[in-house]
Design a protein around this ligand. Structure first.
Ligand code: GLN
Length: 505
């Protein structure tokens, strides 16, 4: 999009806003005020924010304007100075409350910032507040938030996806150019797909988990959500990198994902920037039960990638279906352990009346946790208990390794893997709420990559049933974020799907 003087500020993405700020076409204070006004006028219907802090945001915007006035915007690392965003409420923040979408953390304030937040603050971004999510990131529809559901900006009667539903809806509704999300089993990719935005879950270990409230520690990974691959690349460069406070953080030098996104492939031509790229289509990702609308949008996206020079090859990920039971054993097992820290002693809510310590724990947790969280704690405790550990947890761990090995087999025949993000477009509010297993089954295409720890993206490729967005999932091998972003960027340079906005926005 060329920045014309009459493009409204909320229609501009991160890269364009950064440019406009550096060119002094508008200030960060003006931009922040504009977006705060939009949040005030439309978020009561959307429900994307759990907390908005105008005063803080404007103070940070003023600080960013001073940095820009001093010429810092043109220096390395200056691309995000003054750019507004907001964080999923699962990242702890010192200057705002953090709830993880749970009543048990109502009123909780962290004494420190999550590393991802601290890094984006240092890069000069201006946080408007905290974004709604499923309780402890458990869910696929944002209906497990203890506070409020989130409407899909494309159709308020539908869910925005989850668990990063607030992060997705706010970006799709043009309340924010970008946001942070987390993905344990698909929570960046699936809401991005349901709301027509772009999101990337990097390789496990690329972004620090320090200060990201733990759901399933071996799977949880932070990532950016924005309207283009380019914007995601800018954010990912700032939020990633080694952190000694996270033992699973990857020890590598800071990466410039934007430069990686731009770097031309060997043998590429102007008309065929993806020449030589082999994209594998796992046959298990295109089952007969896949909705026809999702299938045709995904095929349209793949056809564009072919026009850009990529070749499509058939591959197999034979254990795709097993990813569901494997994930829904491992993730609850880790959750049951991680959530034991919420006991009424150290954080947030404590029952008002109780007889003794044990009674205090029980009442606090019974009152503080919602139904889905309790369900997962029970499943997790069960599969870890004596006598069942070998039958469930250990088996699941073995299968997890085999699922990861299947990807390595597939990557012998291709550079990237592509398929749908989800079997359908966003469903109606209420559907799936009474049947958790139905929601679990819809995670089938995102879970395998999560279990393997691979990087994955959702890129908009058109509209399906009810005019709802469809995302193309791209999965790369470990540390191939640059290749994913390059591919998605090439697609977005050639097509307009990522520019489509919900009606009336
Ligand atoms: N839908 C999946 C779940 O409910 C994934 C959630 C996530 O990635 N945080 O666990």
């Amino acid at each position: 999009m060329s920045i014309s003087n009459n493009t409204p500020l909320h229609d501009l993405g991160v890269a364009e806003l950064g440019q406009g700020l550096r060119d002094k076409r508008f200030s960060s204070v003006e931009l922040t005020q504009h977006l705060l006004q939009r949040v005030q006028s439309s978020d009561s219907q959307l429900g994307a924010f759990l907390h908005v802090d105008a005063e803080h945001a404007l103070a940070r915007a003023r600080a960013a304007d001073s940095r820009l006035a001093a010429g810092e915007g043109a220096q390395a690392g200056g691309a995000l100075i003054g750019v507004p965003l907001a964080h999923k409420d699962i990242f702890v923040t010192a200057d705002m409350p953090t709830t993880a979408g749970s009543k048990i953390l109502a009123g909780y304030r962290s004494p420190f910032d999550a590393t991802v937040v601290a890094r984006l603050n240092a890069a000069g971004t201006v946080s408007l507040g905290k974004l709604n999510c499923d309780e402890f990131a458990m869910g696929s529809a944002n209906e497990n938030s203890a506070y409020q559901p989130v409407a899909n900006p494309w159709d308020a009667s539908r869910v925005p996806g989850g668990s990063s539903g607030g992060s997705a809806a706010a970006v799709a509704a043009r309340l924010l150019p970008a946001s942070t999300g987390t993905d344990t089993g698909g929570s960046i990719r699936q809401p991005a797909s349901f709301t027509g935005i772009t999101g990337i879950k990097p390789t496990y270990g690329i972004c620090s988990r320090y200060g990201m409230i733990a759901f399933a520690s071996s799977l949880d990974q932070a990532g950016p959500m924005a309207r283009s691959a380019e914007d995601c690349a800018l954010l990912l460069s700032a939020m990633s990198g080694f952190d000694e406070r996270d033992a699973t953080s990857v020890q590598q030098a800071p990466q410039d994902f934007h430069a990686q996104m731009l770097s031309a492939r060997e043998g590429a031509t102007a008309a065929q920037p993806l020449k030589g790229l082999r994209i594998g289509l796992p046959r298990e990702f295109f089952p007969a039960a896949l909705s026809a609308d999702v299938n045709s949008a995904v095929r349209a996206g793949l056809a564009e990638l072919e026009k850009l020079g990529a070749t499509l090859v058939d591959v197999s990920l034979p254990r795709t279906e097993l990813a569901i039971p494997v994930y829904y054993i491992i993730a609850p097992a880790e959750a049951s352990s991680n959530l034991s820290r919420f006991d009424g002693v150290k954080f947030g809510h404590r029952a008002a009346q109780y007889d003794d310590l044990l009674d205090m724990y029980k009442k606090t947790r019974a009152e503080g946790f919602g139904a889905e969280v309790k369900r997962r704690i029970m499943i997790g405790s069960y599969v870890l208990s004596h006598g069942y550990y070998d039958a469930y947890y250990l088996q699941a761990q073995k299968l997890r390794r085999m699922i990861a090995d299947d990807f390595q087999q597939a990557f012998k025949q291709c550079d990237l893997i592509a398929g749908p993000v989800a079997p359908t477009v966003a469903w109606k509010h209420g559907e799936g709420k009474d049947d958790p297993v139905k929601a679990y089954l819809a995670d089938i295409f995102t879970l395998p990559g999560s279990l393997a720890g691979l990087p994955g993206m959702s890129v908009p490729v058109g509209l399906g049933e009810g005019g709802m967005p469809v995302g193309l999932q791209l999965l790369g091998n470990y540390f191939k974020e640059g290749q994913l972003l390059h591919t998605a960027h090439a697609l977005q340079q050639a097509t307009d799907w990522h520019r489509a906005a919900p009606a009336g926005i």
